[in-house]
Design a protein around this ligand. Structure first.
Ligand code: ATP
Length: 345
């Protein structure tokens, strides 16, 4: 049995089945990211694990013990919230030691644990300040410190970076990843940001409409998405999705393309090469070009009105209005059937 096991977990809000029979096995020490669009149920699933919402159906096991209906305080999990949820009138040290104090832990032991956590999180200088006198990033570190001192079996993070500005978000993201490497603690992290998911996770769980679409390492999801939804959710700019019919007779040469009649061929922008008209598999007109310095994005439209993005390193030699050819790298074509499921990679 895995360290943390979710078996057929379900949650209803009134008539609405917000979580639909989720099965998931998490190993000790893994960094798992729940990702998905707004409303897909990722926060609810995390709150069910935390014991902040009641599980309606299914079973939750942690380290061999059933905790499906155990009160939150008896689950040996620590949650870090987006809002930090710090006590404003307490100092950083008091905030971090609060739970241990309640649990009756020896004063000296508390002091050592808080100092150690503060050291790890670069907070030693701020222990006597109140949260008001800290930056957003420092507050978030205090919230993490409060979880660390408890040495829980599992850390739960609910969109912890969404209140930080872009630069601080990147910095804190790196710090959390580093922290995980140092502590090796089992972690579940919720975000709607696929870049956070890709950069932090050992395994990513993609959720949609209360159910799991795919679980895999970041590169498995990127290279071998099981369906159109995952293919287009992971990766920026999105994977191009062309109706098989768009390829005309060329489609016959594609593996499994025949089963995919009525389906789509997905190709990531970096696997679409801009050529002279006639040299590619399709002809298109350039709509506009984005030059990002090190790379360029060429947005083009085929005669049937299908939009395609090509990503190339360096500067683009084509301009809006140009007629171009588009060449799709054969090895990187993903064929999806009419249901949106993968037919062949
Ligand atoms: P976001 O990224 O916007 O936070 P999410 O993926 O975390 O979204 P949840 O907050 O888990 O989504 O919500 C999942 C679904 O359950 C949504 O349809 C939401 O409206 C519904 N829901 C969540 N909490 C409640 C509640 N307390 N009462 C009723 N419905 C709820």
């Amino acid at each position: 049995m895995s360290f943390l096991e979710l078996k057929g977990i379900e949650k209803f809000f009134g008539e609405h089945r917000a979580i639909k029979g989720v099965d998931l096995s998490i190993e000790k020490g893994e960094f798992i990211v729940f990702v998905g669009p707004s409303g897909c149920g990722k926060s609810t699933l995390l709150r069910l694990i935390a014991g902040l919402e009641e599980i309606d159906n299914g079973q939750l096991m942690l380290d061999g013990r059933e905790i499906t209906h155990a009160p939150s305080s008896k689950r040996d999990l620590a949650m870090v919230f987006q809002s930090y949820a710090l006590y404003p009138h307490m100092t950083v040290a008091e905030n971090m030691s609060f739970a241990l104090k309640l649990a009756g832990v020896d004063k000296q032991v508390i002091k050592e644990k808080v100092e150690r956590a503060a050291e790890i999180l670069n907070l030693s200088r701020y222990l006597e300040r109140t949260p008001r006198a800290l930056s957003g990033g420092q507050r978030q570190r205090v919230a993490i410190g409060r979880a660390i001192v408890r040495a829980p079996k599992v850390f739960l993070f609910d969109e912890p970076l969404s209140n930080l500005d872009a630069a601080l978000r990147v910095q804190t993201r790196v710090e959390i990843a580093k922290l995980h490497r140092e502590l090796g603690a089992t972690t579940i992290y919720v975000t709607h940001d696929q870049v956070e998911a890709m950069t932090m996770a050992d395994r990513v769980v993609v959720l949609r409409d209360g159910a799991i679409e795919q679980v895999g390492t970041p590169l498995e999801l990127y290279d071998r998405p099981q369906n159109k939804f995952v293919a287009q959710f992971i990766g920026m700019p999105q994977m191009n999705m062309l109706p098989v019919a768009e390829f005309g007779s060329y489609a016959d040469t594609l593996p499994a393309a025949k089963q995919a009649v009525g389906g789509h061929i997905g190709v990531r922008p970096e696997h679409v090469i801009v050529t002279n008209p006639g040299e590619g598999q399709l002809i298109a007109t350039v709509d506009f070009v984005e030059s990002l310095g090190a790379e360029s994005l060429v947005y083009a439209t085929t005669p049937h009105g299908v939009q395609v993005v090509s990503k190339q390193s360096g500067r683009s030699v084509v301009h809006a209005g140009d007629t171009i050819g588009l060449k799709f790298e054969q090895d990187w074509m993903h064929v999806f059937d009419s249901e949106g499921q993968i037919a062949s990679h």
